[in-house]
Design a protein around this ligand. Structure first.
Ligand code: FPP
Length: 244
């Protein structure tokens, strides 16, 4: 659903009622590039820049958690060239993050199965995890080789491996075995690029999330688009299955 036909309308965000956690499906990189006669990989490079801009923006306005979908369990079906390009963008970002995250007060976590990733990427992830353990700042979760169904199956296996008793299993206990353990569910999920699907993203966590869809491609996203999404969210009536 497109809320504002006139994209220049300035959103009025109530800074005292921000969602604590915003999750984003960074979609439309390929089409953004295609529209400009560029290779898809250029779209991902632009998308990685937008990720930096939006992470900084969310931190600055006071959102506590950001989760992004960087690479799904299904994205391996793309060409080798495209997969490698996305992995190198992630590597570059992690080199930067390792240098700067302490100073910027950013805590980086990865949701997903990192075992099929390259040794280099896994070692960078380990280094960022070590640094993150010391930082209690803005929390960025990067979904990498992530699928919502896969996460749920993985959590069930972990519970069983830990000798969990089926009779003792509650939703609260189960959520501690998910990649997102300890992270509150996103109040707002944003999907750019005109697609109206959840695409295996945060299937457990999205139970009561408000979903904001817009035609804008991810590389074109700015703080003003985030404001529009938050203003829309602030106009929603969240009932959690009850009556208001
Ligand atoms: C979806 O757009 C985007 C991806 C599958 C990759 C997202 C990856 C990045 C933005 C780069 C690395 C991330 C970080 C955190 C530095 P699409 O390719 O499906 O777009 P399309 O639907 O227009 O083809």
């Amino acid at each position: 659903m497109q809320l504002f036909k006139n994209k220049n309308i300035k959103a009025k965000v109530d800074k005292n009622a921000l969602p604590a956690h915003i999750a984003i499906i960074m979609d439309g990189n390929g089409r953004w590039a295609q529209k400009r006669g560029l290779p898809r990989t250029a779209g991902h490079a632009a998308g990685a820049e937008t990720f930096r801009t939006i992470a900084t923006y969310l931190k600055d306005i006071g959102v506590k958690y950001m989760t992004v979908y960087a690479f799904s369990t299904e994205n391996w079906k793309r060409s080798q060239e495209e997969v490698s390009a996305i992995m190198s963008l992630l590597e570059n970002y992690l080199y930067e993050a390792i240098e700067k995250m302490e100073e910027d007060n950013i805590n980086l976590t990865f949701f997903g199965d990192t075992t099929p990733l390259s040794d280099k990427l896994r070692s960078l992830i380990e280094r960022t995890n070590d640094i993150s353990a010391r930082i209690d700042g803005f929390k960025v979760n990067v979904c990498l080789n992530y699928g919502g169904r896969d996460e749920i199956v993985h959590a069930a296996k972990e519970y069983m491996k830990a000798g969990g008793d089926p009779e003792q299993l509650t939703e609260e206990v189960f959520s501690n075995y998910l990649y997102s353990a300890g992270v509150p569910d996103p109040e707002l999920i944003i999907r750019p690029s005109g697609e109206y699907r959840i695409s295996n993203f945060l299937l457990w966590q999205c139970a009561y999330s408000e979903m904001y869809f817009t035609d804008r491609f991810w590389p074109d996203f700015t703080g003003a688009d985030i404001d529009r999404a938050i203003e829309w969210y602030q106009g929603r009536s969240r009932r959690f299955g009850g009556v208001k």
